[in-house]
Design a protein around this ligand. Sequence first.
Ligand SMILES: [Zn+2]
Length: 364
Amino acid sequence: MLFPTVIAALAASGQLAAAAPQPGLRLVKTSEEDPGQWVTEEQKWELFKSKGIGFIDVTDIKSEKFLQRLSTKPSARVSGRLVDFPTELSHIEEANGFIASASLEGPQSWLSSLAEYHTRHYQSESGQEAAQWFFELVTEIASVNPAITVEQFEHSFNQPSIIARLPGASEQLVIAGAHYDSTTGSATSRSPGADDNASGSVTVLESLRVLAEAGFSPQSTIEFHWYGGEEAGLLGSADIFAEYSAQGKNVTSYLNQDMAGYSPSGTPTIIEDYSDPDLNEFMNLVITEYTGQAPNRDSCGYGCSDHASATANDFPAAFIFEDLTDQTSPYIHTPNDTPDTIMWEAVERHIQLTIGYLVEASYI
Ligand SMILES: [Zn+2]
């Protein structure tokens, strides 16, 4: 059911015309103004992804509020923020203790294994096998702390997302996430996806390993997410954040890790669009303290990664990218996005800032 004002707004922008389902096609949006275009899976690649145009697949989004948010510029939205982000850090010693036990040994091995799958395309068999292997890996790593639960979040497509949950004293949720699928355009073409986005996936997993082995008992509950179907238009994260919104979950902040392993400048970048300005200033403190680098600032456009799903469900989100967007890996979405192109000192910085973020944000 649409609210009358929503119907008027949609009719005015021509969106109702686009909303009649087209069997076998997917409805995608490339901007707030775009009423939606029905395309094939192949056209997602040809028209958008191969040209670097961001898009969101809205075919399965049921929430009118979510859809309305995707058609409204973030600057025109009222923030749903539940907490004020502090202007100074409070747990530096504790976080540095955890960071000291982080290592690249696991990440290097896990990234190689992920890249060995022929592709992790969300509609491929090897993409399902990678999902199962990664789920078992996360489960094994989390098992050192029996309080941590690991589950698969099922979607309408055959590549579940994975959620590990470290219970805190409160139900408030602090989340770090990364997509683990990959693409070079089809479900059968070779797509190692080392930087995009095995690098972010292993960054989040190493952060889990460190906090699990240290027996960290957080104030807020911490979740670690790995999404399927990101390359097809943020499918996994859209499902999860829509569900969290419907359930009234208190997500106080979300940190997205999409590409963490290629950084010629050696400086992480705060993505300033479709993210929360106050959380970004908090992340500026976190990055500066825990990596020793003052971050760059940049933007990445509509639907560029999973933080957009959190933002469009009114959850404060940040996206910390490997470098400025014009200095990023030239190999992504090609068969050459291989482990030998990874700059491991960049991954190390992202692990540091992710652990720093999780510890600091869990006390807010
Ligand atoms: Zn990508």
